[in-house]
Design a protein around this ligand. Structure first.
Ligand SMILES: CC(C)(COP(=O)(O)OP(=O)(O)OC[C@H]1O[C@@H](n2cnc3c(N)ncnc32)[C@H](O)[C@@H]1OP(=O)(O)O)[C@@H](O)C(=O)NCCC(=O)NCCS
Length: 151
């Protein structure tokens, strides 16, 4: 698989079950197809998928976080396709969208024990700007990370 074989495109409602499968396999939180569709309907342009030969292999969702940030709610890549740049491409596309729409930063929350994701964000310019205790349903805390957008 080469990164240029991947198509990055807007999410479509018929993708919901494929996205839910990835979410269920990659996150401890429980998601449902109706929640995923609600996120999409709230801000459709912030929901992108990565497709390889007709198969959805990753996705990202982001929503406005007023007044100045776009907030990434989820980014996930199928385990067997990790480490090939798909997550970076998804983040880069959301950062470009945020910049084009005039936001000054991208923000996100990440589990404090998700060492790999924290490293992934840090190497893409995100810095820890705060924490939220008991943010996740199992009581885990979150780091808030932020990247200023000055391309
Ligand atoms: C975090 C996540 C989206 C990254 O996606 P990805 O497609 O693997 O990302 P990339 O390939 O662009 O980059 C992965 C980084 O890990 C490195 N890496 C090396 N080997 C790797 C491997 N076997 N698997 C994953 N990453 C590997 C890559 O070189 C890259 O390093 P860099 O940050 O120094 O460039 C993905 O790991 C994932 O879905 N994790 C589970 C869900 C999650 O935790 N999401 C984030 C919290 S909301």
């Amino acid at each position: 698989m080469k990164i240029n074989q991947i198509i990055f495109r807007p999410f479509r409602p018929e993708d919901v079950e494929d996205v839910l499968k990835i979410a269920s396999s990659r996150f401890k939180e429980k998601y449902s197809s109706s929640l995923i569709l609600q996120i999409y309907n709230y801000f459709p342009e912030g929901f992108l998928v990565a497709e390889l030969e007709g198969e959805i292999v990753g996705y990202i969702t982001a929503v406005p976080h007023y007044p100045t940030s776009l907030r990434v709610l989820m980014v996930a890549v199928k385990r067997e396709h990790e480490g090939r740049g798909i997550g970076s491409q998804l983040m880069g596309r959301i950062e470009t969208l945020a910049y084009m729409k005039g936001y000054s930063s991208v923000k996100l929350e990440v589990r404090q024990d998700n060492i790999r994701a924290i490293g992934f964000y840090r190497s893409r310019g995100y810095r820890t700007v705060g924490m939220i205790e008991h943010y996740y349903s199992d009581g885990s805390d979150a780091f808030i990370m932020e990247k200023p957008l000055n391309f």
